[in-house]
Design a protein around this ligand. Structure first.
Ligand code: C2E
Ligand code: CA
Ligand code: CA
Length: 701
């Protein structure tokens, strides 16, 4: 039951006493339930009546409190007293009721909120005789309202962005900080999911982990990269909380977003200042050192090598002194740009300071690779550095150290590279040197070979030797292997092991290979013309097989000379074939179809499988000399050779053993029924004339 607020409550106890009493007590009960009390102020006798509920609202005990209007005013909150008094007196004067909301101070000091309604009674002359009113304790509602106002003010004023979704992740609300961060107004994202802000930066696994954390632990926090409405990415510290009601049912997700992109930028600025050279933007000494140190464990684990190049520019001091620091700076910027353009993305290139630069070449396979980088840098500075149409001549002095060969720690590697660089400076600048002398020698020799090989054919420095192949059954020389030699004008005789590999790398092998074929086939033709139908073996490198014109070129040579192709055996190493079997099969089949014989060289070292062996159109298998070396002493080697022979036979192939140096080798091979033999036991490779003598004088029993 509710008290009709606007009604004037008049209770006449003298009439209908009984009913009224009951009605009255019912009314009081109802009022108490609704936290409403009532009062009457007798304006004639100046007495104030308060119902029990009014006393309760004010926290007073009726027996201890003498209620008067003034006493009442004392319990009104001091800030509201004037207002309450004004409202009352004005309404009395103007003869109308009123409604007022104000604070009270309860007896125990607590602040409460009440709503008061009041009406007045006047006599016939219009003189006020009685005021009656109600007091409604609205403290609970007010506090809740205030809390809400507070919460929503906090929500709105927070500098962190807040986004609230329903359990289906549909956005219910966002605060203005969130709108500011994301660039989306609330109405633009209402009902959408937070996917709207995803930048595509994180993968699925990232979000899976995020949601699994929220589902398991009820919350997740971490850094995310999201996208603003204008497309810009930003880094945010994100805290997502799953909210459940009293019954444990998920009601909302709350995301608190803190835009930390500025902080990140500052951090990266600080990072840049600490780790990068401000002039060239290259890593500085500190970062370089960190990178070197961090690479070492992986290199160690994988047994890989790394080269450290220490570059010092020649002439820099001169440029700086003559043209000033500004020009010096621009010179260094140009130098840095030039060197960087010669390196791979993964190479670390740093400026240590002044005109000193360093490079790390990771995972280097050969010193040639390192030398070629150093060469490129030196070559670059054969041309001047241009600054505003002015030419500046410089040069690079480069010292190179290698991990782990020269040193195992950063400091030692630097010292070694620095020492090597110093040697370059001492010996005329504008060059490079390895820290280790043997490497310098190796690379010097290599450079010399590479350079001089270019003219070796023209200068008639190449020649062939032939090593006879003997058939133990027919007791005759049935063929020979052509082996190349280089008679260098300054160095003297150079064996193929020292230059074939280089010629393969430089591509010179193509020209050399054809020269060998021409020479060997002509020489063989001579024997044939004499009535001696020898078979010639020619070594063919994989580089030659990769060359599209190889088959045509060699066919042309043979046809020009006019030798039957079945007397030409092309030796290809097993490892070359196995590198790319399918590709090799195509070209070998082609050569086979043309009529050439094919032989698998160095057999046993290339791990070929039986299934491939079956497919190869090779007529002969040449057992590698490493198995022959100890064949008379080593049971294992003997078993391997025996197995190779059995397998070859079952595939219908011939077997020849190379490297047979002793009578014991030959006897063992014969015992294993390998009857084709090549090796020092019969003869070393011989120049053509000696070979001819050997062939015609050969006797064996
Ligand atoms: P290879 O094809 O295995 O040639 C056999 C090598 O074994 C030759 O070395 C030969 O002199 C050596 N040899 C022969 N009998 C014996 C012996 O009883 N004991 C020992 N220890 N060695 C013996 P060489 O002439 O130094 O050739 C080395 C390698 O150079 C050859 O190995 C071949 O792979 C390559 N090569 C030689 N000439 C040519 C060529 O014209 N073209 C190509 N692509 N490679 C060639
Ligand atoms: Ca060979
Ligand atoms: Ca061989």
């Amino acid at each position: 039951m509710q008290l009709p607020f606007n009604a004037t409550v008049t209770v006449d106890l003298s009439e209908q006493e009984f009913y009224c009493k009951r009605l009255y007590s019912g009314l009081l009960q109802a009022q108490a339930l609704a936290n409403i009390g009532h009062w009457e102020l007798d304006l004639i006798n100046k007495t104030l009546y308060w119902s029990d509920e009014v006393y309760r609202i004010f926290g007073l005990v009726p027996q201890e409190f003498y209620a008067t209007y003034e006493a009442f005013l004392r319990y009104v909150h001091p800030d509201d007293t004037d207002m309450v008094n004004d409202v009352y007196t004005t309404s009395l004067k103007e003869k109308h009721g009123y409604f007022v909301e104000h604070r009270i101070i309860r007896q125990n000091g607590e602040i409460g909120f009440v709503e008061e309604r009041c009406e007045h009674e006047f006599d016939a002359s219009g003189k006020p005789i009685r005021s009656i009113g109600t007091v409604h304790d609205i403290t609970g509602r007010k506090n809740a309202e205030n809390e809400l106002i507070l919460a929503s003010a906090v929500f709105e004023k927070m500098s962190d962005g807040v986004l609230i979704t329903d359990p289906n992740q549909k956005i219910i609300t966002v605060n203005s900080a969130f709108s500011k961060i994301s660039g989306y107004a609330f109405k633009e994202v209402k009902g959408k999911t937070p996917n709207t802000f995803s930048s595509g930066w994180h993968d699925n696994a990232f979000y899976q982990k995020l949601w699994s954390d929220i589902n398991k632990k009820g919350q997740w926090n971490g850094e995310v990269i999201d996208r603003r409405k204008n497309g810009e990415l930003y880094t945010a510290e994100l805290n997502i909380i799953a909210l459940h009601n009293k019954n444990g049912i998920l009601t909302n997700y709350i995301s608190i977003v803190n835009d930390i992109s500025e902080k990140k930028e500052k951090e990266s600025l600080i990072h840049n200042l600490a780790y990068f050279d401000s002039l060239t933007n290259l890593p500085n000494r500190v970062l370089f050192q960190e990178r070197v140190i961090s690479k070492i464990p992986a290199l160690k684990r994988d047994s890989k090598k790394m080269a450290l190049l220490f570059i010092d520019m020649d002439n820099f001091k001169n440029i700086n002194d003559t043209f000033g620091h500004l020009t010096g700076d621009r010179f260094l910027i140009e130098v840095a740009k030039s060197i960087k353009s010669l390196l791979r993305e993964q190479d670390t290139f740093a400026r240590l300071g002044g005109d000193e630069f360093t490079v790390i070449l990771d995972d280097v396979k050969s010193i040639v690779d390192i030398a070629s980088v150093a060469d490129k840098i030196i070559d670059r500075f054969k041309n001047p550095v241009m600054i505003e149409d002015r030419e500046f001549f410089t040069g690079a002095s480069i010292g190179i150290s290698i991990y782990p060969d020269d040193a195992q720690s950063y400091e030692e590697l630097m010292r070694a590279a620095d020492t090597a660089m110093y040697h370059v400076k001492e010996s005329g600048k504008n060059s490079y040197q390895f820290y280790t002398q043997s490497m310098n020698e190796k690379i010097t020799e290599r450079m010399l070979i590479e350079n001089d090989l270019r003219n070796a054919i023209n200068k008639n420095e190449l020649f062939l030797e032939y090593q006879p192949k003997v058939n133990l059954e027919t007791k005759s020389v049935y063929g020979m292997e052509a082996l190349i030699r280089w008679n260098h004008s300054k160095i003297g005789l150079i064996r193929p092991d020292r230059f074939i590999g280089i010629s393969e790398e430089t591509g010179q092998i193509l020209q050399i290979g054809l020269w060998v074929a021409k020479q060997a086939i002509s020489d063989t033709k001579m024997f044939h013309d004499e009535g001696n139908k020898l078979t010639v073996s020619i070594n063919v490198s994989s580089k030659q097989l990769d060359d599209v014109s190889f088959v045509d070129d060699i066919c042309n040579i043979v046809d020009d000379i006019g030798l039957d192709k079945s007397y030409i055996e092309l030796e290809i190493t097993e490892s070359h074939i196995m590198k790319n079997v399918d590709k090799a099969l195509i070209i070998l089949n082609l050569l086979y179809a043309k009529g050439f014989k094919l032989s698998i060289d160095d057999f046993g070292t290339g791990y070929s499988s039986l299934s491939y062996l079956k497919k190869l159109p090779a007529k002969t298998i040449k057992i590698d000399r490493s198995f022959v070396l100890d064949i008379d002493k080593n049971e294992d080697d003997r078993s391997i050779v025996s197995a190779i022979i059995a397998m070859a036979r079952s595939l219908g192939k011939d077997v020849i053993a190379e490297g047979s140096e002793t009578k014991e080798h030959v006897d063992t091979l014969k015992f294993l029924s390998c009857n084709q033999i090549q090796g020092y036991y019969f003869s070393k490779p011989l120049k053509i004339d000696k070979f001819r003598e050997f062939v015609y004088g050969f006797k064996w029993d």
